[in-house]
Design a protein around this ligand. Sequence first.
Ligand code: RNT
Ligand code: ZN
Length: 419
Amino acid sequence: MSSPAYRLAKQAYAAHGVDTEAAIRHALRIPISLHCWQADDVRGLETPKAGLTGSGTLATGGYPGRARNGDEMRADLDLALKLLPGKQRLNLHAFYAETGSKVVDRDELEPEHFARWLGWAKSRRVGLDFNPTYFAHEMANSGFTLSDADPAVRRFWIRHAKACRHIAESFAKTLGTPCVNNHWVPDGAKDAPADRWAPRERLAASYDAIFADKSVNRKLCVDAVEGKLFGIGSEEYVVGSQEFYSNYALSRDLVLCLDLGHYHPTESVADKVSAHLAFHKKLLLHTSRPIRWDSDHVVILDDAVRNLFLEIARGDAWDRMFVALDFFDASINRVAAYVIGARATRQAILCGLLDPSAGMKAAEAAGRGHERLALMENARALPWGAVWDELCERDGVPPAAKWLADVARYEKSVQSKRA
Ligand code: RNT
Ligand code: ZN
């Protein structure tokens, strides 16, 4: 039995020609890949700990309860899965390998080092995605990896990337679903380099060496590449910029990744979707939230996220999209961070599917710009929240913010006991 609020919402949308039932079904079907790295503040599970280097990523905050090992991460993810409606996947990074007491360097990683993650994914019926980890390692201390001037450094990371592609392929084979394998390197310089050319030439050559391995089935290991405007320690120059990767992905038939946190604040990622998809086959989206110089705050339902999925809906480009989360906040409960960010992402998907775009497009085509604008404004006021709660109820998860009680219980009984 649906709620009175939903029944009213259904009518309100129907008046605009929108079928809420179809939107709910579609919104539940779209997979969202949960990034494993929110659970442990992007530390990784390597033995001995490689330790964070200056280049790469950094989670800030000291909220208690960080997951300290793979079991704790999986327990946190189990709770997140319980509280999230729809289809989820898990996005692993290579430095979450579990090698026991054995030290296995990144260039020697094998599928067996992820056996516990794979077992978990199998039993939860969750598909896996993957990422080579080109940071938090002594071979990344120069601030460069695949584009480093030292050929030995480049060769190390090329071996790592090749190993990761085999791991991704084996995940896909075992789980029966393609594995998106996303490459992001921190390479860049804090201040103006005298030579912007050579690192870019080396980066392209290194990737070419990686993808020259034709033994990997690219239908199973779906490689994506991710650029960035600037990072910590690469404020002036990023080797793998947006232009670099857009051209590289297109010319090598790879998937281009757009991370919502990786652009100048006045740029609209939503606007980029139709531009890229005029040429690229598919995009990988990292939902995130930039604040000042940080690119990885917890996703909320802000205009950037809403507009992104609105564009996908308006272009009916759902099948040309992989959706993944990418944020980390160590200043709040980490399971709550997962739930907030994943729910906001799926809410944006739902809002896109509920948008009465047809009327707006018709007004626009008829030259009635004022009508288009008025309908767009009106669409914001439609009762999507009641449809969202209905979606949650139908999928058997708490609606609204009722999941907070589960997180509070878990925090008390599990997370607060972690030193
Ligand atoms: C970093 C990229 C990248 C990472 C993860 C951990 O700026 O967004 O996706 O966040 O690989
Ligand atoms: Zn990202």
